[in-house]
Design a protein around this ligand. Structure first.
Ligand SMILES: C[S@@+](CC[C@H](N)C(=O)[O-])C[C@H]1O[C@@H](n2cnc3c(N)ncnc32)[C@H](O)[C@@H]1O
Length: 214
């Protein structure tokens, strides 16, 4: 079933705790944490936060403030963070240079215009700030892997998303004035193993990137 993105995430929220809840998310989080900046004393934003997984980590690691932002009211309601903002990540209701660290997990594919997304995120990032994010690698979609879940009634839902190539990220970030500080990939067979994935040995399934704003 193809619900609109927001309705689908509202529905998924009940079964979406703020921690890695499957092996792919565990591998993705390990890749993101390998790029993780020092957040202590800094103003942090968990963008497209879902139930607040990265915002919680920011809080636990001593961020001065943490804002959790998502478009899904259902997801936001689950986030155990004091400051929650319902907004579209492509048009953020924040002043320029509001944050020192921005994290965004597994959501950039929901921005069809990557350059516009990057420009908007860069706008709210302060000079000296760091943006770290992950997303599904387009190679995974090309072999038929989907963003999908099964609801409490047994109905399967698949979410549409754009395929952004690694070069697209580089072009968009450079145009937004950001500088590459690190990258990681999650590969089946190396970072993620499961019997049902064995046929895709070596496939890149997640891309994680860290950018700095000079
Ligand atoms: C796969 S979930 C990831 C949630 C969380 N970042 C995590 O890694 O646990 C993607 C999230 O992106 C949010 N999202 C999708 N499109 C969005 C948009 N245009 N603006 C803000 N949030 C969006 C969804 O509501 C959902 O919570």
């Amino acid at each position: 079933m193809n619900l609109a993105n927001e309705a689908a995430y509202d529905l998924w929220a009940g079964d979406y705790p703020p921690l890695p809840h499957n092996p792919l998310m565990a591998a993705e989080q390990a890749a993101v944490l390998a790029l993780w900046p020092d957040v202590a004393g800094r103003r942090a934003l968990d963008l497209a936060c879902g139930s607040g997984r990265y915002g919680l980590l920011m809080q636990q690691r001593g961020a001065r403030s943490v804002v959790a932002c998502d478009r899904s009211a259902g997801m936001l309601a689950r986030a155990p963070l004091a400051c929650r903002v319902r907004a579209d990540m492509q048009q953020l209701p924040f002043a320029a240079e509001s944050f020192d660290v921005i994290a965004c997990g597994l959501a950039v594919g929901h921005a069809p215009d990557l350059a516009a997304w990057m420009a908007e995120v860069s706008r709210v990032l302060a000079p000296g700030g760091v943006l770290v994010y992950s997303d599904f690698h387009p190679d995974a979609a090309r072999v038929g892997m989907t963003r999908s879940f099964t609801d409490a009634g047994g109905q399967r839902h698949e979410l549409a998303h754009a395929l952004h190539e690694p070069d697209d990220h580089l072009r968009a970030a450079c145009a937004a004035g950001l500088v590459l500080q690190g990258q990681r990939e999650v590969r089946i067979g190396q970072d993620l193993t499961a019997p049902h994935l064995a046929r895709w040995d070596g496939l890149r399934v997640v891309l994680a990137l860290r950018w700095g704003k000079p």
